[in-house]
Design a protein. Structure first.
Length: 247
């Protein structure tokens, strides 16, 4: 399908998002961010974003290939508004069965270029696009894991969040724990939270392994990471782990 049609649909999506925006939802949404965070909102709730994405997909279903979906996502990634970015990644995620390994390089470029400049944008992109990509091509896991050493905060966060849906199902736990271990010295609070989130999900299918990891590494972990990681333990176990992991 011609690129002009991609642009036309992107324009239609923006128009629908603007029309659906609510001032109250903007204020509520911004309350989840820090004052200096790079985020702009139309004020459309998540359910509304998904509805608009579904309508857009129905318009191109059976016509577009992953090539057009990537172009659409890339176009909306350059929009300043969070909701536009999310429509792009959600639609692209529908084409996961035809992802190629080369998409990883493209996604990395989007992040490095500042197209996903806050935690919410990264947390939307990673599970929709990166998780199915490494699930299809496990050989890409080491490359994603190496993002943890990047100076780019959002690349580091993307690396962690990509493994959350897999860890939740007990998959790629070795990679998940290694990733967290490599980030124990990270100084950013958003990484402390992300690592704790990944550990918590990894513990869903193997609580004993999580407990062992915390006892071995907890003294060197940020307390935020530990607190997030232990959320699903019984209350007394949480208290004991907080004491035993105190450095």
């Amino acid at each position: 399908m011609p690129t002009t049609t991609v642009r036309r649909l992107a324009s239609q999506v923006r128009s629908k998002l603007r029309a659906a925006g609510e001032d109250g939802a903007v204020a509520t949404g911004l309350s989840f961010f820090k004052p200096d965070d790079d985020v702009q909102l139309y004020g459309v709730k998540s359910s509304g974003v998904r509805s608009i994405e579904k309508e857009a997909f129905q318009f191109v279903r059976g016509q577009w290939t992953v090539v057009e979906a990537i172009s659409f996502c890339e176009l909306l990634a350059q929009d300043a508004h969070h909701e536009s970015k999310m429509v792009g990644v959600l639609l692209l995620g529908r084409y996961w069965r035809t992802f190629s390994k080369g998409l990883l390089t493209k996604v990395r470029g989007w992040i490095m270029a500042g197209c996903y400049p806050n935690w919410a944008a990264v947390d939307g992109l990673a599970p929709a696009v990166l998780t199915p990509l490494i699930l299809t091509y496990p050989e890409l896991i080491p490359r994603v894991s190496r993002w943890a050493s990047s100076r780019n905060l959002w690349l580091r966060r993307a690396a962690v969040v990509t493994f959350v849906p897999l860890a939740r199902k007990g998959e790629q736990l070795d990679a998940a724990y290694s990733l967290v271990e490599s980030l124990l010295d990270d100084t950013h609070d958003l990484m402390h939270k992300a690592c704790g989130w990944l550990l918590r999900e990894a513990g869903k299918t193997d609580m004993r392994r999580l407990e062992r990891f915390l006892l071995q590494n907890g003294a060197g972990m940020p307390r935020t990471t530990v607190r997030y990681a232990i959320e699903r333990f019984p209350e007394q176990k949480r208290k004991n782990l907080l004491v035993k992991t105190r450095g």
